[in-house]
Design a protein around this ligand. Sequence first.
Ligand SMILES: Cc1cc2nc3c(=O)[nH]c(=O)nc-3n(C[C@H](O)[C@H](O)[C@H](O)COP(=O)(O)OP(=O)(O)OC[C@H]3O[C@@H](n4cnc5c(N)ncnc54)[C@H](O)[C@@H]3O)c2cc1C
Length: 167
Amino acid sequence: MKPGITRRELEVTDRNEIIRILDTCKIVHVAMVDDGMPYLVPLNYGYTLEDDQLVLYMHGGLQGRKIDVMRKNPNVFFEMNCEVEPFDGKVACQYGTSYSSIMGSGTVEILDDVEAKKEGLSLFMKSQTGRDFEFTDKMVSAVNVMKITVDAFTAKHRPDPMAREKK
Ligand SMILES: Cc1cc2nc3c(=O)[nH]c(=O)nc-3n(C[C@H](O)[C@H](O)[C@H](O)COP(=O)(O)OP(=O)(O)OC[C@H]3O[C@@H](n4cnc5c(N)ncnc54)[C@H](O)[C@@H]3O)c2cc1C
């Protein structure tokens, strides 16, 4: 089920806006559950958005806590944010931060198949750099590639309330 956003007026539903946020953020915070306790890592990511299906690709070392936790429990929650700009006001409660963000839940897989890893790394590099790269089997064997199949996500944009006056 799609989670609801409390401040509905800030929700982003336009596909092109969602793609702009996905292209801009570059870093995703992936939250996991490690034996009942929360664990979170920031990671760079690539993505595909086909119809409404969002898939994220990350890469990292062959060992470490996140890989151990993901293997034990593949349920994850993620958050990415960008276009973060503080704004001020006359009184304390008028201060704030404008931002764009996406959050959602999904299931993570550590990819084993070499061709699937190459595809994930290509998508990762395309999102990060805008360029196409090719990968050898040796390059692929040095990293883990993580794939999050997202089951629900929401996007939000909080504009600077004074932006129009500043122009
Ligand atoms: C902006 C940004 C982008 C990053 N991009 C990537 C990426 O694309 N791929 C990637 O693999 N890693 C990336 N990292 C590093 C990532 O956040 C983790 O540090 C790394 O993936 C190792 O995770 P692990 O669970 O295997 O760490 P382990 O070394 O196994 O963790 C052991 C302990 O070290 C501590 N620790 C782990 N990571 C951090 C950290 N970042 N800061 C402080 N303490 C920490 C925690 O207490 C953790 O319990 C990025 C970090 C930042 C800040």
